[in-house]
Ligand binder design. Structure first.
Ligand SMILES: N[C@@H](CCC(=O)N[C@@H](CS)C(=O)NCC(=O)O)C(=O)O
Length: 209
């Protein structure tokens, strides 16, 4: 197996790298330079027509794109520790939280990144007002997650799961692009420190924030 990845701060490949580190699995990793547009080269687009990383390539040449789908596949191959739940309820509940992270946290971050951040200005038309408008949505989602984390250790219950990986990579990337977690979100900030201190997370290159 081979993972097409990109160096930090790319949040989606980082999800897969944390998943692999949690499971203690080492596979071949090829970093693409997004700056140089290596992900838009025909050979890579043939592996993922979205022209995005991460992509997992199996030994028989089949490929899987989408970070959560790749992590789910790895979880089936290497079940310990389980990151996607042990029974029907846990699996559904973790899915629920992953979707909440994607739709509520990641969407405003992605919109801000594409439409308001100077780095992406050269990549396409930006709608700055729309982009900046996502600051409020980000903060409101951060406050909601903060409330949820006031009564438990992890995003979904008492164990570290793929929902934590999805959320951590999102909030770290948000911080990196200038969307800070509000200081009043003490539970969310404590959770961020707690999961950042896991050996799996610390073993990867630290985010430059
Ligand atoms: N939904 C995809 C998102 C993948 C994604 O946005 N990857 C970014 C890196 S974090 C990328 O390849 N960006 C380059 C581009 O979109 O041109 C996933 O979860 O894997």
């Amino acid at each position: 197996m081979k993972l097409y990845s990109a160096p930090n701060p790319a949040p989606n490949p980082r999800r897969v790298l944390i998943c692999l580190a949690e499971k203690g699995v080492e596979i071949q990793i090829t970093d693409l330079s997004l700056m140089k547009g290596q992900h838009k080269e025909p050979d890579f687009v043939a592996k993922n027509s979205r022209a995005q990383v991460p992509v997992l390539e199996l030994d028989d040449g089949r490929t899987i794109s989408e970070s959560i789908a790749i992590c789910r596949y790895l979880d089936e191959l290497y079940p310990n520790p389980p990151l996607f739940g042990r029974d029907a309820f846990e699996r559904a509940e973790i899915d629920m939280w992953v979707r909440r992270v994607e739709f509520n946290l990641m969407t405003p971050v992605g919109n801000f990144w594409v439409h308001a951040h100077p780095y992406t200005a050269r990549l396409g038309t930006q709608h700055k007002d729309f982009g900046e408008g996502n600051r409020d949505r980000w903060e409101s989602a951060a406050r909601w997650f903060d409330g949820e984390l006031s009564c438990r250790e992890f995003i979904c219950g008492t164990e570290f799961t793929i929902a934590d990986i999805a959320a951590l990579t999102t909030v770290d990337f948000a911080t990196w692009i200038g969307l800070k977690i509000p200081k009043s979100c003490t539970h969310l900030l404590l959770w961020q420190t707690r999961v950042s201190n896991r050996p799996s997370v610390k073993s990867l290159n630290t985010m430059v924030i």
